[in-house]
Design a protein around this ligand. Structure first.
Ligand code: HEC
Length: 155
């Protein structure tokens, strides 16, 4: 019984944070989120990103992202209630070809638009940008380091 009480007490802050986060405009991860990533045809998955690790493409992709994607997926890719977080492992561990395919085809019935009207190089720049987020995840907006940095901002 003691162990149970201890468990409940230690779980309280977690529940508190979850309730608090739910009240804000944070993404809700649904069971079906990211399902589309598993449906990408093998051939499309294996496509190579012509701009892999190209810093210019990261910059160009970042601009495109701000313009077209941030309103749903969040300025830093952390998601909003309109679009899932792109920082999660499901996305960050996907192959470049997988992301390219999802961007190209969208998930229209769930609210992810089709981006086939963007020229192919721009779609690859977006992929390059998304994959660069993984390297910065230590600077994830919710991470401790980042919060500390923010609290030190001089007013
Ligand atoms: C109108 C809102 C909206 C916009 C704008 C938008 N998306 Fe999405 N996106 C979504 C939603 C909703 C999903 C989740 C689909 C699902 O449940 O699988 C999604 C899914 C994704 C996924 C797959 C991961 C996942 O959650 O399944 C990627 C990658 C993605 N979007 C990238 C982008 C990029 C890059 C852009 C800009 C070119 C963009 N999105 C613009 C709403 C949006």
């Amino acid at each position: 019984m003691k162990a149970l009480t201890r468990f409940i007490i230690s779980a309280l802050p977690v529940i508190g944070v979850a309730v608090f986060a739910g009240g804000r405009d944070l993404p809700q991860v649904r069971h079906s989120d990211y399902a589309e990533l598993t449906k990408v045809p093998e051939k499309a998955k294996a496509k190579k990103n012509p701009f892999a690790n190209d810093p210019d493409a990261v910059a160009a992709g970042g601009k495109l992202y701000e313009e077209h994607c941030a309103q749903c997926h969040g300025e830093k890719g952390g998601g909003t209630r309109h679009g899932a977080s792109l920082l999660r492992d499901e996305v960050q561990q996907a192959t470049p070809g997988t992301l390219f395919w999802v961007i190209t085809n969208g998930v229209v019935r769930k609210g992810m638009p089709v981006w086939s009207k963007l020229p192919e190089p721009e779609r690859w720049q977006l992929v390059t940008f998304l994959q660069s987020l993984k390297l910065r995840s230590a600077n994830h907006p919710d991470s401790k380091i980042n919060k500390e940095a923010k609290s030190k901002t001089i007013p």
